[in-house]
Ligand binder design. Structure first.
Ligand code: SF4
Length: 115
């Protein structure tokens, strides 16, 4: 598997492969790249960033408080899409998202008032 390390702006190209019982990462410049590469190979996760509707018809930006399994990102975005939050949300407010078999909280990262 080939990918790019996203842990810093250097963007090292990583090659990740299973060698026997071990996962071998090459192309990384530092240990963070090795850790990232192994996680990407075994169980990739992503922080979800998107917009959420507010009751006055505007939107606020938000992100998941924790990374979610990459294969569930679409489910989380769909769950966020079903929310309508109070118009007076503030940056840092936390809300639960209804996603089957996942416990997901989102944090407000930007509001119409903060733009
Ligand atoms: S391997 Fe290290 S230096 Fe390279 S992008 Fe990842 S964090 Fe940055």
């Amino acid at each position: 598997m080939n990918t790019i390390c996203i842990m810093c702006p250097m963007g090292c190209p990583l090659n990740i492969e299973r060698v026997g019982d071990e996962i071998k990462v090459t192309g990384n410049t530092c240990k963070r790249g090795e850790i990232y590469g192994k996680a990407e190979f075994t169980h990739p996760v992503r922080v979800v960033t998107t917009l959420v509707k507010l009751s006055d018809g505007s939107v606020a930006s938000c992100k998941s408080c924790l990374p979610v399994p990459k294969e569930r990102v679409a489910d989380v975005v769909e769950g966020i899409g079903k929310l309508t939050l109070p118009a007076d949300v503030r940056i840092g407010d936390i809300f639960k998202v209804g996603v089957k078999s996942l416990d997901v909280d989102i944090a407000i990262t930007g509001t119409p008032a903060s733009a």
